[in-house]
Design a protein around this ligand. Structure first.
Ligand code: NAD
Length: 272
């Protein structure tokens, strides 16, 4: 029998009722993990993800929490520990867009995106790191392990390096994730906690439906992608899984771009 890659590991995926988070949750569930599916507003969608994991033979629970609210994030982690007794992996994925031209952007639009995309990742990563460290103090088995005792994968975006007019709140939040990720990676590495991020390009999910569902906008989008296809949530989930696995044990503080080459300055492909 083939050993499943994440057998009996416990994983929280924030914002996993939809899109990339959903694909990550299902992938971990299909590979032996106990999955905590988190949603903030759509319980029915979250339940569908739990049902899919269970129908494939996996284990999953559904937990409501708004990642921008400290008490709700703490409750998400305590429910996880109550149910499964430990945590091995956090995929800090929840995020949103509130787009507006810079001159018209309201403080509410700015603040909402920073609260969810940046503060939400701070709160989730802090709870995960506290839990990983608490576990190593009580478990002799992992204290002496050569492998990481906890893994965190943050969801960034190509807009941590590509400026994005009309989306300055989003680009600022993802640029912030880059330095946040590197800094906590440096701080947590001595505890044998690995922290990395993935930066997707254009991935077909509800967040950008307005682009891929319009044939003209979709054609324009492909001009930005040397590989000439939009990404899938599964493309991202497989990279997240690798970063959360022991196969990447010596990878720490890195950003993996999953973008079909979007960050390769495609405008220069024919000499600019
Ligand atoms: P999506 O809209 O399908 O999923 C976003 C998820 O985040 C949803 O499950 C939503 O419920 C959840 N969420 C939103 N606010 C939340 C909150 N306050 N608390 C908890 N959960 C909350 O979009 P997606 O494309 O799957 O986006 C997932 C992540 O991937 C985001 O961080 C996004 O910035 C990032 N990303 C997406 C793309 C893309 O092209 N789709 C590209 C780069 C990065």
């Amino acid at each position: 029998m083939i050993e499943l890659a994440f057998k009996d590991q416990v994983v929280i995926v924030t914002g996993s009722s939809s899109g990339i988070g959903r694909a990550c949750a299902v992938h971990f569930g299909n590979n032996g993990a106990h999955v905590v599916v988190n949603y903030s507003s759509n319980a029915a969608e979250g339940q569908q993800v739990v049902d899919e994991i269970r129908s494939n033979g996996g284990t999953a629970i559904l937990v409501k929490a708004d990642v921008s609210k400290e008490e709700e994030v703490k409750a998400l982690f305590s429910q996880t520990i109550n149910e499964f007794g430990r945590l091995d992996i956090l995929v800090s994925n929840a995020g949103l867009q509130k787009d507006a031209p810079f001159l018209e952007m309201t403080l509410e639009q700015w603040q909402k995106v920073i609260d969810v995309n940046l503060t939400g990742q701070f709160l989730a990563c802090r709870e995960a790191a506290r839990q990983f460290i608490a576990q190593t103090k009580t478990t002799t088995e992992t204290t002496h392990s050569e492998l990481a005792v906890g893994k965190i994968v943050l969801m960034s975006s190509v807009h941590d390096v590509i400026p994005w007019a009309g989306h300055v709140n989003y680009a600022a939040s993802k640029g912030g994730i880059m330095m946040f990720m590197k800094s906590i990676s440096q701080e947590l590495a001595p505890h044998k906690i690995r922290v990395n991020s993935v930066s997707p390009g254009a991935i077909k999910t509800p967040i950008n439906q307005e682009v891929w569902s319009d044939p003209d906008k979709y054609k324009d989008l492909l001009q930005l992608i040397p590989y000439k296809r939009i990404g899938t949530a599964q493309d991202v989930a497989k990279a997240v899984a690798w970063l959360a696995s022991d196969d990447s044990d010596y990878v720490n503080g890195e950003t993996l771009y999953i973008d079909g080459g979007m960050t390769l300055y495609p405008e220069f492909a024919d000499n600019g």
